[in-house]
Design a protein around this ligand. Structure first.
Ligand code: TYD
Length: 241
């Protein structure tokens, strides 16, 4: 399989076609952005950590019966994935109130959300990713009721698997964003699962272990990403299994 031409450049990843029409190559770049692209930087090595964590967690989900687009890790920061038709949806699962839900609604930061809350935004830079509801999703033709039901059920299944995995490593999965695509009638998880797309708190100290360190200048972003990648790729902490 050979990389051919650049298909798409996002804020932090680039997607290339290959000589196999069913396979794309995703490069996790060292770019980092926040606040709808208003804050931007390049942090050397960041792409590699996000690619490592994404690859690992996609593999872990597959082991637990959840389909993803992941095929293989090629080089540091580069993975091969299945070509998908993407749903233009950002599916956010929240276990603890933080971020936009605290700014927009009367939740207290750190308040547990049980059962978890799913929020779905429209992935559209032109419209600044507005929040959707089921009726808007159907009216805009973004997914059918059957597809949306399956997407929500898969998002909750991913939440269960990842929450437990991270908990065993002393990390609270506060919230995270998934994107879904379909191929031959099968819906699978696409995009990435990384420190850019999850909000992670240290269980002991409450410290941020994710892009909030960058958003709010909470410390050394690369040190945080390196540390959390190592924890995620390591066996459970003693006494927690
Ligand atoms: P949210 O609290 O809505 O965003 P913010 O704090 O940036 O206003 O984000 C919830 C989670 O989803 C958080 O872990 C980041 C992730 N996320 C993305 O990866 N991309 C996005 O476009 C959005 C809206 C959220």
């Amino acid at each position: 399989m050979k990389q051919v031409d650049l298909l798409y450049t996002g804020k932090a990843k680039s997607v290339y076609r290959t000589d196999d029409p069913e396979v794309y190559i995703v490069k996790f770049r060292d770019d980092i952005t926040a606040f709808d692209g208003e804050k931007k930087d390049t942090l050397s090595g960041k792409g590699r950590y996000n690619a490592e964590v994404s690859s690992f967690l996609f593999g872990y989900l597959e082991e637990h019966g959840i389909g993803t687009h992941y095929l293989a890790s090629l080089e540091p920061a580069t993975i091969a994935v299945r070509r998908l038709e993407m749903f233009p949806l950002e599916v956010i699962v929240r276990n603890v109130a933080a971020g936009s839900i605290v700014r927009r609604y009367p939740f207290r930061e750190g308040e547990p959300l049980d059962p978890p809350v799913i929020v779905i935004d429209y992935k559209s830079d032109a419209h600044h990713d507005p929040m959707l509801n089921d009726d808007l999703i159907y009216a805009l033709g973004l997914a059918t009721p059957e597809e949306l039901d399956q997407i929500k059920a898969m998002a909750l299944a991913v939440n269960e698997v990842l929450s437990e995995y991270l908990d065993q490593r002393g990390i609270t999965l506060v919230d995270f964003k998934l994107e879904f695509g379909h191929h031959d009638g099968e819906i699978v998880v696409g995009d990435e699962i990384s420190m850019d797309s999850m909000r992670l708190w240290d269980k002991e100290t409450g410290a941020s272990l994710d892009k909030d360190v960058y958003r709010f200048n909470k410390g050394d972003v690369m040190e945080t990403y390196a540390g959390v990648a190592k924890r995620i790729l390591s066996p459970p902490q003693r006494g927690s299994a």
